[in-house]
Design a protein around this ligand. Structure first.
Ligand SMILES: Nc1ncnc2c1ncn2[C@@H]1O[C@H](COP(=O)(O)OP(=O)(O)OP(=O)(O)O)[C@@H](O)[C@H]1O
Ligand SMILES: O=C(O)[C@H](O)COP(=O)(O)O
Length: 397
């Protein structure tokens, strides 16, 4: 695969697919700018060579055409700050105005196109739409690792409209693939995977695949209650995927067969409602009373999980240990973050994946103290599951 290092962008307009699907609050402020900061080196390389950059991205999952809520206009100022130069904006990603703005772009300038998903053709992978986008630039760079698992017009289909030497990966894509490979191929041992977050169904395939790779598997967060229930415990109103009970039991058997040590929470912080100011208590896992819900791992679990993590040499972490957005239920996630940082300082390789896990590590101020924070959520998981990423495959053809 060609990379931006193989290309001189002097006098060229680079059409760059980035993943600026960033979390915004109600005032449209960016609450985690990891994906924007990550994109800077690729854009800088293009501009330094004497090229210009036309950035295209999606934001959220808009259905039914353009809407202010999902407009990329909201992030233009933040981009100008991050890139150190004024970023121009095209209020439509194709059409006469976008074409004119792209044509008039001078070396050193950046243009951001409006949300690609305002056209249903984007997600459908429509070839005509992809061809229209392709006309805006001379060369195509795909740096949107976070969206590489989607076979969309701008991430995959578009590549066919550029010759082999004019389509390539950017630095984000390269770094993501390299770091994921470090974990998947010949990891230093012990190798510990920490899985948390809300849904087992989203992560079941990766958990199964990891059983062939890891020495320790730690399960926390919302998904742990399905394990507790499957073992005969009570979980009150906690998150539960009741149709996955047999599945988690078979996972537990597989872990045993493969000699993987499975760590589940011993104790749980429970609450009488889903709110930071809820009344809370700590109970043994699997003994949650009716009308209460588990929102974090308890102190004993923090100690056990922390010790396993500190002794690890390779760490993969996806998904928070509790509802870390609420300060009263963030202790488990913070404790894991601290243990991952301590292990990394001791020479371990740590890869953090998933939007919320990245936000949690940044919120705790540890973003620079782990080996690599992935910009990918679903994309990283699918890559780890062994699936081909269409965004990467399109550049290989
Ligand atoms: N005990 C719990 N009860 C309810 N929600 C929980 C609990 N533990 C964690 N969560 C929630 O899970 C969410 C994160 O789950 P998710 O699976 O989306 O992780 P992620 O790191 O963002 O991965 P990805 O980016 O792949 O989605 C957070 O919003 C968090 O509050
Ligand atoms: O945030 C993500 O995981 C990517 O930007 C992809 O978004 P999607 O799941 O809406 O395709």
């Amino acid at each position: 695969m060609k990379t931006v290092d193989d290309y001189n962008f002097a006098g060229k307009k680079a059409l760059v697919r980035v993943d600026f699907n960033v979390p915004l609050n109600e005032e449209f402020q960016i609450t985690d700018d990891t994906r924007i900061r990550a994109a800077v080196p690729t854009i800088q390389k293009i501009l330094k060579d004497g090229g210009s950059a036309i950035l295209m991205s999606h934001l959220g999952r808009p259905k039914g055409g353009p809407s202010d809520k999902y407009s990329l206009r909201h992030i233009v100022d933040a981009l100008s700050k991050a890139f150190g130069t004024e970023v121009k904006f095209a209020p439509d990603c194709i059409g006469a105005e976008a074409t004119e703005l792209a044509q008039n772009l001078k070396p050193g300038e950046i243009l951001l196109l409006e949300n690609l998903r305002f056209y249903p053709e984007e997600e459908k992978g429509d070839a005509t739409f992809a061809e229209k986008l392709s006309k805006l630039g001379d060369v195509y760079v795909n740096d949107a690792f976070g969206t590489a698992h989607r076979a969309h017009a701008s991430t995959a289909i578009i590549a066919q409209y550029f010759p082999g030497d004019a389509k390539m990966t950017g630095y984000v894509m390269q770094a993501e693939l390299e770091n994921a490979k470090k974990v998947l191929e010949n990891p230093e041992r012990p190798f510990t995977a920490i899985m948390g977050g809300a849904k087992i169904s989203d992560k079941i395939l990766i958990i199964e695949r990891l059983l062939d790779k890891v020495d320790n598997l730690i399960i926390g967060g919302g998904m742990s209650y399905t394990f507790a229930k499957a073992q005969g415990g009570t979980v009150g109103d906690s998150l539960l995927e009741a149709d996955k009970l047999d599945l988690v039991l078979s996972l537990m058997d597989k872990a045993k067969e493969k000699g993987v040590k499975l760590y589940l929470p011993q104790d749980t912080v429970i609450a009488d409602k889903f709110a930071n100011d809820a009344t809370s208590d700590t109970v043994t896992s699997g003994t949650i009373p009716d009308n209460w819900m588990g929102l974090d791992i308890g102190p004993e679990t923090r100690a056990t999980f922390g010790e396993v993590v500190r002794k690890s040499r390779t760490i993969l972490w996806n998904g928070p240990m509790g509802v870390f957005e609420m300060p009263n239920f963030a202790k488990g996630t913070s404790a894991i973050a601290e243990a991952v940082v301590a292990a990394t300082r001791n020479g371990a390789f740590s890869l953090i994946g998933g939007g919320d896990s990245a936000a949690a590590i940044n919120q705790a101020g540890y973003g620079d103290d782990v080996s690599y924070v992935s910009t990918g959520g679903g994309a990283l998981l699918e890559y780890m599951e062994g699936k081909t990423l269409p965004g990467v495959a399109a550049l290989e053809e």
